[in-house]
Design a protein around this ligand. Structure first.
Ligand code: AMP
Length: 300
């Protein structure tokens, strides 16, 4: 079944211990759609300026992503993010954020998109996330991503948005901040009490935790010896997870447990290259092979 993503489209400048890459394609909507297209039909809603290279638009179109919701704003600039990672590369340090067209991003979905059953509302203004959630008439499962900036600066709007969706995904520090507890499980239970049925918390190289209807499940990350660039790991984790859920239509606890494995594996490919480079090389068969390996060394 179809899957919608609403989120940033970016030109990123990224520095890791492996080097610097300038103005490469990034943004949550791009990472998500390139990861999730292995599983199902993708519909993208995003905004770019007239400085966004046409080759990136062609790349997304050539991969079968429906771009009816892509708005190119004349005379305006694309969102740009400059970040760096040091040492263990577990934290992204933001050096510069130039919102540009993303500043006034409040999209009206094309009529061909409003019946989409599954959706990912990537990290962004919670007022926009709630606005999009309200336009999805036939939804089966909508997942919302957020970050500290909104937890600290727009908590009430975020809680309103959370009540409108079916699931929330965030990292462990964000869950502790929103849930108001240093204990992760306690914090997760507090977040669920805000009015969400399914909560997924990412813990970077330590894997992820799922809490749904009071039941807990945890998975490790896929062990990798070399990480080149962690950018997009969170969005592509969500892409494997939601891709699998949209493909299977299974929103049960067992379905989400399997979906967590797919999220883990798609994210593991992302970090093996700069930006989208590694993700663009892989096939569904590569994903399945790595899922099999993952199951073999997590089963006991
Ligand atoms: P992640 O999966 O969390 O590593 O997301 C990485 C992508 O998020 C990068 O390609 C950035 O372009 C994008 N990004 C960074 N900051 C923001 C922001 N404030 N709003 C929307 N997207 C952002």
């Amino acid at each position: 079944m179809s899957l919608l993503v609403v989120g940033s489209m970016a030109l990123d400048t990224i520095t890791t211990p492996h080097g610097t890459h300038e103005d490469i394609l990034g943004g949550a909507a791009c990472f998500f759609s390139v990861g999730a297209r292995h599983f199902t039909d993708l519909r993208l809603v995003g905004v770019i300026g007239d400085d966004f290279p046409e080759e990136h638009v062609s790349m997304l179109r050539d991969r079968g992503i429906d771009l009816a919701g892509l708005e190119r704003r004349a005379g305006a600039k694309t969102f740009r993010w400059t970040g760096q990672y040091e040492g263990r590369m577990d934290v992204a340090e933001t050096l510069k954020t130039e919102l540009n067209v993303l500043g006034e991003f409040r999209p009206t979905l094309p009529s061909s998109f409003t019946d989409t059953p599954f959706a990912f509302l990537a990290n962004g203004d919670p007022v926009t996330q709630a606005w999009v959630a309200d336009q999805l008439a036939d939804r089966k499962f909508v997942l919302l991503d957020t970050m500290n900036f909104w937890i600290e600066g727009a908590r009430d709007a975020l809680v309103t948005a959370i009540k409108k969706v079916d699931g929330v995904i965030m990292n462990d520090e964000e869950a502790r901040a929103l849930g108001g507890s240093d204990n992760l499980i306690r914090a997760m239970k507090n977040v669920v009490e805000l009015g969400v049925r399914t909560l997924i918390v990412k813990k970077g190289e330590h894997g992820a935790v799922l809490l749904q209807d009071g039941e807990l499940f945890a998975t490790p990350a896929y062990p990798l010896e070399e990480v080149f660039d962690p950018t997009g790991a969170g969005d592509t984790f969500a892409s494997g997870l939601m891709g699998y859920v949209a493909e299977s239509g299974d929103t049960s606890f067992d379905g989400f447990k399997r979906a967590l494995a797919y999220g883990t594996i798609v994210a593991s490919f992302t970090v093996e290259g700069f930006g989208l480079s590694r993700l663009l090389e892989i096939s569904r068969a590569d994903i399945e092979r790595r899922v099999e390996n993952f199951l073999a060394f997590t089963r006991f």
